[in-house]
Design a protein around this ligand. Structure first.
Ligand code: AMP
Length: 462
């Protein structure tokens, strides 16, 4: 049987958890003051060695929710010996994508920096050699994508017989991506007596089944309602002809002065092409998709995180697990065919309590996807009218046109001080969902109505 835990109890402080002082020190250096709801609920249970199933979107602080107590529990094994034998893998964290693995590894390194505990990350798409060497040196915490981990197992680079803690992060994505057989193979290599933690954006029947087979009497923690969209994300949809969409991206970026926008496109080719064209339009843009080398993907991601890009054009898989603080806006250039992907996409903004905007473009033939999305999130997405500068597209469309300030060409956009936004929507401060007006479709941008709890969600890739 599982316990259902309520999230209405007051949040404790990090020092209430009894974390090892070296870990508490690292937490205070990050500047976090208050545990997030998932942290407040999960940490005491993970500290106690219980199995936990957590339904939480990325952006809720779930990585720290499992990492901090795991590090605390492993401190009993911490040692400074150089011998690999003294550093067996004791905690295994599996993630669906390389990007997520990399991000989790970064968090583990941050929180473990004042301890002698070692961690390593392994994922596909990069040279296996350095990973082999790192594994052979020994590490208490291993973060891995399933496929690459099995490659290492086959090459006998890693021994999993002392794993006492297993984490399945974004388990729903792992199932979506067909990792179940790999997970089964991996779990069979682990000791039967172990602590199991499973995190997933949603608790579908499949996830519950997975929980039953890999976990023992897990506590269930749910901090978000299924398929709602984050309260911190305002949404709007603009009807646009297909060939006006690019001009609309340029316009939004330049008129709003955005410098970290993720633009989602449905195809790898479309993603590359759009990024190239945006660069020609004077927008600092890069693309990230599955056909790019891991190195190129990481370079683009780093440039984006460093604030060097105005736009990152991404496919769903490539963006899975992206955790970039402060992304102000996500644009759905193409609406996703799968409505759930919309929720995952817009979960890239409005993270960790920040507000964000999710803008969708839809050509007439795409409206049915918008209706599917609205059905899934049980919310009507306000429709707006985007006023494009008269020169910024080759075709007529349903969008309104205004003069481009007399300068004619598309490249007349200046990237210095943001131009005055054309749409009055842009003058409005963010209005929390509970107080939005119902009559003004544009202003009632805080879509997730007050009855909805945040969900965010995430992404995946091998
Ligand atoms: P996650 O859901 O683990 O991807 O975390 C989302 C973001 O929230 C990360 O950028 C974390 O650094 C940040 N974060 C995690 N815990 C806290 C906290 N207690 N207070 C503020 N930010 C946090």
């Amino acid at each position: 049987m599982t316990d259902i835990i309520n999230i209405d109890t007051p949040a404790p402080t990090f020092s209430d958890f009894g974390l090892h002082p070296s870990i508490l020190q690292a937490v205070s250096e990050t500047g976090y003051t208050t545990p997030t709801p998932i942290q407040a609920q999960a940490m005491p249970m993970v500290m106690d060695g219980r199995d936990v199933m957590g339904a939480a979107q990325t952006g809720t602080g779930k990585t720290a929710a499992f990492t901090l107590p795991i590090l605390h529990r492993l401190m009993q094994f911490a040692n400074t010996s150089a011998s690999p034998a003294r550093h067996p893998v004791r905690a295994l964290i599996l993630t669906p994508t390389r990007e997520l693995a990399d991000q989790v590894a970064e968090s583990v390194t941050t929180y473990a920096k004042s301890t002698p505990l070692r961690s390593t990350v392994v994922f596909g798409g990069v040279d296996i050699g350095p990973q082999r060497e790192a594994l052979r040196r020994g590490c208490e915490i291993l973060i891995a994508t399933p496929g690459r981990l099995l490659d290492h197992v086959e090459q006998k680079n890693v021994n999993l017989s002392q794993v006492g803690i297993l984490v399945l992060d974004e388990a729903d994505r792992m199932l979506d991506m067909g990792f179940l057989p790999d997970l089964d193979r991996i779990v069979r290599l682990l000791p039967a007596k172990r602590q199991g933690l499973l995190f997933s954006a949603t608790f579908s029947n499949e996830i519950r089944k997975l929980g039953r087979s890999y976990l023992t009497a897990p506590a269930e923690i749910e901090v978000a309602a299924r398929n709602a969209t984050a309260d911190t994300v305002s949404q709007i949809a603009y009807p646009l002809a297909g060939n006006d969409k690019r001009a609309a991206v340029v316009h939004l970026v330049k008129s709003r002065g955005f410098n970290q926008v993720i633009v989602f496109s449905n195809t790898k080719i479309g993603t590359s092409r759009l990024a190239r064209e945006l660069v020609r339009d004077g927008v600092k843009a890069e693309s990230i998709h599955g056909d790019k080398s891991q190195l190129d993907r990481m370079k683009a991601l780093e440039a984006f995180k460093a604030g060097e890009l105005e736009v990152l054009v991404a496919t769903d898989v490539a963006a899975r697990g992206l955790d970039v603080a402060g992304v102000p806006c996500v644009i759905n250039y193409d609406l996703p065919y799968n409505a759930e992907d919309y929720v995952h996409r817009i979960g890239r903004t409005g993270r960790a309590g920040n507000t964000g905007e999710a803008i969708a473009f839809f050509a007439p033939e795409e409206e049915r996807y918008l209706l599917d999305i609205e059905k899934l999130i049980k919310t009507k997405i306000p429709r707006g009218q985007l006023a494009l500068p008269a020169s910024s597209s080759s075709s007529s469309s349903s969008s309104r046109r205004v003069p481009a300030g007399g300068r004619g060409e598309r490249r007349s956009y200046s990237s210095t001080a943001p131009a005055k936004p054309v749409d009055e929507f842009f003058y409005k401060p963010y209005v929390p969902s509970s107080s939005t007006g119902k009559t003004d479709a544009v202003r009632s941008k805080s879509v997730a109505t007050s009855t909805k709890k945040s969900v965010g969600i995430l992404l995946g890739g091998r």
